[in-house]
Structure formats: C-alpha cells, structure tokens
Write a protein that binds this ligand. Structure first.
Ligand SMILES: Cc1ncc(COP(=O)(O)O)c(C=O)c1O
Length: 405
C-alpha cells in the first residue's frame, strides 16, 4: 500500500504520486467478499461461463497447437484469430477491415493505452462524455492527454457539443485529437446512443478532423439481441473501434481488438511492442477455436438472457424501494443503471452504504471535471437476481440515514 511517508514515495514518478486510482478502490471493494451486496464493479457473472467447454477447448489447443499456443505471438495477433475477427466485423457491421486495419490486443484498457501512445502528445485534448468510463480517463491522463467534457442529456451524448468543446480548446491552445465514445449501453449511464446522433457525430468529427475512439465493450449485449449501426460502420475513415472479450467471453483471457485506419492501427501495433509485446497466444488460440466452432456466437443469447433477468430484478427492486427518492436509467442492455439521488453527495453516501452492507460506485469519478455528484452507478451483472431486493433495501436505508444526518 502506498503511503506518503515511505522513503520511496518522493522518488516515484510524478504521475504515480497521485496514489491509487478510484478504479483500484472499486476493485479492492469487490474483492472484499462477506455479506456485502456488491453493485460496484463491471464484472461478468462467472456463472454464465461454459467452464466445461472452455476446459476442453484449452486442452485441445495445447495438445494440437502447442508450438503456437505456448509461444510468443506477433504484436498484431495470431493470423487465424485476426481473420476470424475481420470476418465477424464484416458480418455484424457490414464493413470489412483490410488485413492491416485490425489488430488483436489484450482488452479494452490495452486498446485505450495503445491509441493514447499512438495519438497523444503532451497536452493534447481528448473529448469525453460526461459521464464516461473512469478507467479511460486514467489511461488518457497517464499519457498526458487532457480530458475535455462534452455534454450529455437523458438520451446520451449531444453531438453538437463537440463543436463547442473544440472552439473552447482552441482558445486554451489545446489541440483536440480524439473523441472517446461508448455508444452501446454506456458505462456508467447504461444508455444506447440513437443512430441519428451517431450519424451527426461522425459528420462533425469528419469535418473537424477528429478521430473517434468507439468503445464497443457492451455492443453484443442488447437484451433483445438488437444492434444499432456502429460509428465504425458509419465512418470507418474517422473511427478506431475498440472491442473487448472481457464482457462476452472471459476477462481471464485479457483479449480484445482494434480496427480502424491502417496508419493508426500500425502505430498502435508499434506501441504494443513496448507494452506487453503481444496478447497471450494461449487465450488467442482458445478464442479462435470458440469463434470458428460457433460457440462464441451461440453463447450470446444465454448471456443476454442472464443479464436481462438481473436488470429486471434490479429495476423492480428500485421501483419498490426508491420511487420518489431517486430516478434512474432503464438500460436495454449491458451491465449498468445510473441513479440520480437529489441533494445527496454520493461519495459521502458510499461509506454509509458499505456500513449498511451495499456497495456502488459514486458518480463523481465518472466526470472528467471535478464535481460533487448526486449520481451513482449500480452494476447488476454479478449480483444474483434473488439478492437484488435486499441490496436495494439496504441502499434505500442508507439514503434515508444519510438524509436524516
Ligand atoms: C466501456 C469499457 N471499456 C473498457 C473496459 C475495460 O475492458 P478490459 O477488461 O477488456 O480491459 C471496461 C470495463 O469495465 C468498460 O466498461
């Protein structure tokens, strides 16, 4: 644990002296166990993994392809998996990335790291949604980017706010480079951006010469299996799409992909040679087999149904316990709902809530600008449906107690 008194502290790089991120606090909480009803981390439910099939597939690839599965891979990823992923993007999005337009990476955070290394000089601007995924802010800032907040409303990102932010950045001598967007079942809001707004966003970014970074972590997880056209589909010339298998396969393999303009993908691949060099070949071989044999796609309906059931249970508990005291988004996919609890600083509420036996992530760290937020994020992905009512009862009690202080 880092303490400022430790003699090594003053020798740490400046960027490390900020101490542990809010994200590591969330992960620590999630690992603490006990009777806590944990709505904090965006973890997939391990009960939804087909462990038997995974064990068989792992054994098979080690037996049949040991020289590949147990060896270093290319920094671009194994050719077979890249081909399977290019075919998958073509099938689901109608755009076929060329061979030099897609790489395999080690998941969403790795993709964010590589795009930052490839694109950001010190002080460059990254436009972000307000709210957005706090892990992304941390990556952009570590690479000395400046996060600039766009505006959201109850339907998600307002595309025209890009123009306002760019004008403001120019006044501050900041060069805006990237526009980071999570269009599907956003983290933390749970909202899906309409096709109309996506089209406007692509047009604006194309006109202003900005690269969209489209994070599709939850795209495959619409409860009804539907898809809205991706930003990559609408603007492959101005979009790098970052995908992860952490939510739909398993985070234990740490795998994802990035596709976009060849020049950017090539720079990302160069960046990968000085991070982890390549994504793990064993996981890549297992995933390739799961995709080729049809198991990956076949598992999606079960995952969607599992998360839809959890969402329904959470939303009906919220209706029963918090109607009148808070409002929340009604997600149609993904892992999250986003609450607005008027007049409550949810950072302070979080400690009271843990004492009451329930955990969530307070809203403030999901905003790039420092705010005192009445919002909080509830993740329903890893809590069993029969624990939802108890968790929300505890939350309602904690809010009452907090308001009476
Ligand atoms: C929007 C978004 N992007 C990326 C990630 C991280 O993905 P990975 O575990 O693949 O690094 C997450 C995880 O919570 C996420 O919500």
């Amino acid at each position: 644990m880092t303490t400022t008194q430790d003699p090594w502290f003053s020798r740490l790089a400046e960027r490390a002296q900020a101490g542990p991120s809010e994200l590591s606090a969330v992960l620590a909480l999630a690992a603490s166990g006990g009777d806590l009803v944990d709505f904090s981390g965006g973890f997939p439910d391990p009960g939804l993994f087909d462990t038997q099939l995974l064990a068989q597939t792992s054994a098979k690839v080690i037996e049949t392809r040991p020289e590949v599965a147990l060896q270093y891979a290319s920094n671009l990823g194994l050719p077979g998996l890249r081909e399977a992923l290019r075919e998958d993007v073509a099938r689901t999005q109608g755009v076929t990335p060329a061979e030099d337009e897609l790489i395999v990476d080690s998941g969403g955070v790795d993709g964010l790291t590589m795009i930052s290394k490839a694109m950001l000089d010190v002080g460059d601007g990254v436009l972000v949604e307000a709210p957005s995924y706090l892990g992304a802010f941390s990556v952009f800032r570590t690479h000395e980017g400046v996060c600039l907040s766009m505006r959201n409303d109850e339907h998600g990102l307002i595309p025209e706010s890009v123009i306002e932010v760019v004008e403001d950045a120019q006044v501050r001598s900041i060069t805006p480079k990237l526009v980071y967007v999570i269009p599907d079942f956003q983290n933390p809001s749970g909202l899906r951006l309409s096709e109309e707004r996506r089209i406007r966003l692509v047009e604006i970014c194309r006109r202003l010469g900005l690269l969209i970074v489209e994070d599709v972590a939850y795209r495959d997880l619409a409860f009804d299996g539907s898809y809205t056209r991706s930003l990559y589909e609408l603007g492959p010339d101005v979009t790098v799409q970052l995908g992860t298998f952490s939510k739909t396969f398993t985070p234990g393999t740490r795998l994802g992909w990035a596709c976009g303009p060849a020049t950017v993908i090539d720079a990302m691949a160069q960046a990968k040679t000085n991070t982890d060099q390549c994504a793990g070949a064993l996981g890549q071989c297992i995933l390739e087999a799961m995709i080729r044999e049809g198991h990956y796609v076949a598992a999606l309906p079960r995952l969607r149904a599992g998360y839809a059931e959890r969402a329904r249970a959470l939303l009906s508990a919220l209706d029963a316990e918090l109607a009148g005291g808070a409002t929340w988004t009604v997600p149609e996919g993904g892992f999250f709902t986003w609450l607005d609890v008027p007049d409550v600083d949810t950072r302070a509420l979080a400690a009271v809530a843990v004492d009451a036996g329930v955990a969530f992530v307070p809203g403030a760290p999901f905003f790039a600008d420092p705010v005192s937020s009445p919002n909080l994020r509830l993740s329903f992905s890893r809590t069993s449906p029969d624990r939802m009512a108890e968790g929300v009862r505890r939350l309602a009690r904690a809010i009452d107690r907090f308001r009476q202080r």
